[in-house]
Design a protein around this ligand. Structure first.
Ligand SMILES: CC(C)(COP(=O)(O)OP(=O)(O)OC[C@H]1O[C@@H](n2cnc3c(N)ncnc32)[C@H](O)[C@@H]1OP(=O)(O)O)[C@@H](O)C(=O)NCCC(=O)NCCS
Length: 277
């Protein structure tokens, strides 16, 4: 197989990061029906999927010269009518400055590491991995959603998640145990890019190599991608698993999310992180 590491080794990191961003943006272009520039980025909305956080957000592409209160006020206006608030920073240094303030307001913070596959995975035990229908791993999707969002109703999100995934040509791989799926991975692609969007192993089966086997199977199932991406929590453990399988850091972003139902607080006065105008 002609390996994509050859292309990566000569490409400066900046260009790989911009390809990761272009891939992220292509999904937004396909799913969002309203893309409005604002002073420091773009407001992205998908009016058909109002509860889909990823596609209804304020994107910050340049360091915003504003206080956290002004930023939250702007998000309140831009995302009016939605139950959540989401602000995504492409500029990580600026986001880290705001982070303590958002945490104090009860927002969830996720620092994401975009990783590109560059070297072949080492050999490992093969598990029987099969391609299945999107709905075949419904119970695992519910379980994952409960882990991440214990207070959110997955039933309400499922039809939107399914429709978006099928619009994006998602393929689902799964591992069974006693005829029941206990792990899955989801892959989306276009002509040049492939992304392993999701990797999940049921909690009762973790630590036994299934996550590694699932991810390896997803890599093997994507042999002709120019860029193969996976996005990890930059502060979590799975990025080490992905690194062992040949993924390398390409780009970092930060998401701030106020879940529906989170009490709205205002930033405390003197300590609130502000930036001189
Ligand atoms: C990440 C995940 C798929 C790993 O599955 P797994 O079957 O436990 O993985 P393996 O047994 O093949 O490998 C274990 C490695 O996975 C990583 N890992 C991440 N979370 C883990 C967890 N809760 N338990 C065990 N390993 C975990 C570690 O890197 C670990 O290696 P280490 O022992 O050196 O730290 C699984 O923990 C999971 O489904 N987590 C919740 C969903 C998730 O975070 N998915 C990744 C999105 S980026």
């Amino acid at each position: 197989m002609a390996y994509r590491a050859d292309m990566a080794s000569s490409a400066p990191l900046g260009s790989i990061a911009s390809r990761a961003r272009a891939w992220r943006d292509s999904a937004h272009l396909e799913i969002c029906d309203a893309l409005e520039p604002w002073a420091y980025g773009t407001v992205r909305r998908a009016t058909r999927y109002p509860g889909y956080f990823d596609f209804n957000s304020v994107l910050v592409e340049q360091d915003p010269a504003m206080s956290i209160d002004d930023l939250v006020d702007f998000a309140d206006q831009a995302l009016v009518g939605l139950a959540h608030r989401r602000i995504d920073f492409d500029v990580v240094a600026a986001a880290e400055r705001y982070r303590p303030g958002f945490e104090a307001l009860g927002w969830k913070v996720m620092r994401l590491l975009w990783m590109r596959h560059e070297t072949p995975p080492p050999p490992g035990p093969d598990l029987a991995v099969e391609q299945v229908a999107y709905g075949a791993v419904y119970d695992l999707r519910v379980a994952w959603h409960r882990e991440d969002f214990p207070t959110e109703d997955f039933g309400a999100h499922y039809p939107d998640a399914r429709e978006v995934a099928l619009r994006r040509g998602a393929r689902v791989l799964a591992v069974r145990e006693a005829d029941r799926p206990i792990a899955f991975a989801q892959i989306e692609r276009d002509a040049q890019n492939t992304e392993i969007m999701q990797v999940y192993v049921h909690p009762d089966y973790r630590g036994g190599g299934r996550g590694t086997a699932m991810t390896r199977a997803a890599i093997v199932a994507s042999p002709d991608a120019q860029d193969l991406w996976i996005v990890a929590d930059d502060e979590g453990r799975p990025k080490q698993l992905y690194a062992r399988l040949g993924f390398r850091p390409a780009w970092t972003t930060i998401e701030f999310l106020r879940l529906p139902g989170t009490p709205v607080r205002t930033a405390p006065g003197p300590e609130r992180p502000t930036r001189p105008r």
